[in-house]
Design a protein around this ligand. Structure first.
Ligand SMILES: [Ca+2]
Length: 490
């Protein structure tokens, strides 16, 4: 009898522990601008299901990536570290197998873990990575239709259909196999809305009636560093090929804005399918009674310039390139809808999720959990942070970038890469007065002391992550070039 009671006790303890540990569903979109979502103010893109997550949870109004590029940013989300520390500083580097990701920490503490969709750290590697019970990805960027997936190392298979739908199907299949006795962590990596934008046929004409002009800032470049004008006619400028939406390029005729409009329509169209995916996942969690015990984080990996300052793509430290959406729904975090204005970063995701799961945190990470910030406010929350990006030979359209963003100011400078003085003009913006970064204040004598103050703060923030002038290695800036990138890596 005693033995039966003891067994019953342990069984009960196991069930209680499982029940108290939440599931985790991270939905990562690729290159998603916040303002392409209803809950962040889009006038045209209707995303009722993503909006509903925000309306029942937290919407971070000022969230940013620390490097605006797919692979480095994904590695920062998984590790809580800046790119120079995790080492994925470009789109061709593998996530180090010995470096703990938050799904791996959860796996070590008893979670069932899965990764499905775009991973994109290690361009040619579609094999399973450590820390996941189930891992499905593909080489490179994948395709909007009929992608070949590697199914957990068991086989490679071209799965017919639209990417967003297929990865949602695979996510649901895995969730249905999970037992109620073990918490799970699912990381879903959408390809959408990454270039080259191909909406599902049913959404192909969803925005035909919406006119999309070039933004006003595309024509306000006189006080900017010269490389921004040089970029206008390249792969990453508004007069360039626009991810193949413009067939004859460069084209700076006013009427060629039609190509730009078509590109933006395509981008928006792919997001409608993501919202459908969110609906399907939510319905499943609701029907199986798991919704309120699941931390749902919906986010983007980096921002996207859509004509601002005459640019497309990302990589720079301007607002559209930095800003990402982050929405989190979990009633134990907050039952009331909240909008958080403080600056949160990609590197904060890992520590926040680990804290909510009661899992051990990872020592020496750069991010900070926002659980206290959301629940009761955090007077010690950051008021400034730094951004960095390294020049890529394969994409020679953006210099080396080092920048600081405070609640009010942004200072950006462009090191040449040889330790000598910068060759490009720096940029200074007052974000409170000029959120669109229309006026570069760098030349204003009355702001010289502000620049000195921001430079000192930037050096301090970088040093706190181990970056000093001696250790901050970067390539030589070879300038903006007109050549197109290799077709294989676009
Ligand atoms: Ca991306």
């Amino acid at each position: 009898m005693f033995r039966v009671l003891v067994l019953f006790y342990f069984l009960l303890a196991a069930v209680c522990q499982a029940a108290s540990r939440p599931n985790v569903l991270v939905i990562l979109c690729d290159d998603l601008r916040p303002d392409a979502l209803g809950c962040y103010g889009s006038k045209h893109v209707k995303t009722p299901n993503i909006d509903r997550l925000a309306a029942e949870g937290v919407l971070f109004q000022n969230s940013f990536c620390t490097t605006s590029l797919c692979s480095p940013s994904r590695a920062s989300i998984l590790s809580g570290l800046y790119a120079h520390t995790h080492g994925v500083t470009n789109n061709f580097t593998e996530y180090p197998s010995a470096m703990k990701s938050f799904p791996q920490v959860l796996h070590d503490s008893g979670y069932a873990t899965a990764y499905i969709g775009k991973y994109h750290m290690g361009e040619e590697n579609d094999e399973p990575r450590p820390g996941y019970d189930w891992f499905v990805t593909h080489k490179g960027q994948g395709k909007y239709f009929d992608t070949e997936f590697n199914l957990n190392g068991q086989k490679r298979e071209v799965i017919k259909g639209y990417y967003t739908t297929i990865v949602t199907d695979m996510t649901l299949d895995w969730l249905k196999k999970q037992s109620s006795e073990k918490p799970w962590c699912m990381f879903l990596g959408h390809k959408a809305p990454h270039s080259f934008y191909t909406p599902e046929p049913k959404y192909e004409h969803a925005f035909d009636d919406v006119r999309v002009p070039y933004p006003a800032t595309a024509f306000q470049l006189d006080d900017k560093p010269k490389w921004i004008k040089e970029r206008l006619y390249t792969w990453h400028g508004i007069y360039g090929p626009l991810f193949e939406w413009r067939k004859k390029f460069p084209d700076d005729r006013p009427e060629a804005v039609k190509d730009f409009e078509a590109m933006v329509h395509g981008y928006w169209g792919t997001i409608l399918s993501v919202d459908d995916s969110v609906a399907r996942l939510r319905t499943y969690l609701e029907e199986t009674g798991q919704l309120d015990n699941t931390i749902i984080v919906f986010m983007g990996d980096n921002g996207l310039l859509e004509g601002e300052h005459g640019m497309v793509d990302k990589r720079t430290a301007h607002e559209a390139s930095l800003r990402i959406p982050i929405v989190a729904r979990f009633p134990s975090l907050t039952k009331d809808a909240k909008k958080i204005p403080q600056q949160v970063l990609t590197v904060d995701i890992a520590p926040s999720i680990l804290e909510l799961c009661g899992a051990p945190t990872v020592p020496n990470i750069h991010g900070k959990s926002w659980v206290k910030l959301v629940q009761s406010g955090d007077p010690a929350w950051r008021k400034s942070w730094f951004y960095h990006y390294n020049y890529e030979k394969q994409f020679p359209y953006t210099p080396n970038v080092r920048a600081i963003r405070t609640d009010e100011w942004k200072y950006i400078h462009y090191p040449h890469g040889n330790g000598k003085p910068d060759r490009h003009l720096a940029e200074l913006y007052n974000l409170k007065d000029d959120p669109g970064e229309t006026t570069n204040l760098i030349g204003k004598p009355e702001l010289a002391s502000k620049v000195t103050e921001l430079q000192a703060e930037l050096a301090k923030l970088m040093a706190a992550t181990g970056l000093t002038p001696a250790t901050d290695k970067m390539p030589l800036d070879e300038g903006v070039k007109n050549e197109l990138p290799d077709a294989e890596i676009r």
